[in-house]
Ligand binder design. Sequence first.
Ligand code: BLA
Length: 332
Amino acid sequence: MKSSASGLSFSSTLLSAEKKEVAAPVRWSLAAGPAGRGLAKACAFSYRKFVEFGLGELGRRAHLIPSPLQGEFSSRKALDGKTEMEFLAYKAPGIRLIRSLRIGGGGDGMQVLDFAIFPEPEYDLPIFCANFFSASNTNIVVLDLNPLHNVIENDDYKEKYYHGLLPLGMKYAEALPWGGKLTSESLSFFSPIVIWTRFPSSKDMHEVLYSAFVDYLKAWVSLMDLAAREVDLSVVVAHHKAQHRYLTWRAEKDPGHQVLRRLIGEADTKTVIRRFLFDGVDSLGSKTFLDYFPEYQCKDGSINEKRSMVGKSFASRPWSPSGKFIGKGTAD
Ligand code: BLA
């Protein structure tokens, strides 16, 4: 972030250092194999070190201030009395909210990390999004710098933030390949460097994922370093709206709802989703889900519970290595 604009002292040397680091694709040895010794070791796996790295790296670059949300949510416990839920939340200059929900230790092998960084609406920076769900032998991963504005339609925004990061996306394209068809609507919230993947648990794969998390977080920090605070009120309002639309989508359609309901019940799930995970959905704007996504409206005026109206699409990566959208978008 430009210190003149924000008063922050983020280093601006990181971006060039990052570019050098990301040149070579990751070809991890999968010798341990999904069904081999890696599986046994996967039991000890936890997302704790991801959170420690994320907060450590951010804390090294900016002064983190605990958010009141942390105190409010930290005592929440899973209904089974076993599964641990760790709620962490901070603010920093230029950053509206850094929040992390980590779930694990329930004895069923389930581990979840939902780690996100939301910039202040004065910045058009992407939203850092690490969304990992691991059951005993499967992992569902979305790791991205989610664009604030749709990059399938908006070339300028794509160019501004992702052109320099395409080598980073390519670095993991082989080791963490495209995870197959997904909710079509989600694609408009993803960037050309999104990592959307599924893999069986193994120590090696979790190490690749950690490495990707580290790289993507550093890349986000390097963008933050260079970001300029917007002063034009109409542009700030547009950023507000874009962040609110994103939060509204996720608060309504996040695939984590069902798992959370099982862990903490219906009422607490709603509170965790609206007040913690997607804080801002009830304060950054007044539009409703159906205002943004009218195609989900049922005849009786309620919101269609389906996650997707279009269906699932994009069996393979819909972005070319040069960042061109090449998705066919044919749904099931
Ligand atoms: C699955 N999570 C998924 C999938 C995506 C995401 C794309 C694949 C299924 C699908 O097509 O929807 C993630 N989707 C996203 C993200 C965005 C989006 C990040 O639109 C952003 C715009 N997930 C969580 C939490 C839990 C969780 C907290 O974030 C559990 C507590 C679980 N995600 C989870 C599960 C699945 C999943 C269980 C697989 C089951 C399913 O597809 O319903």
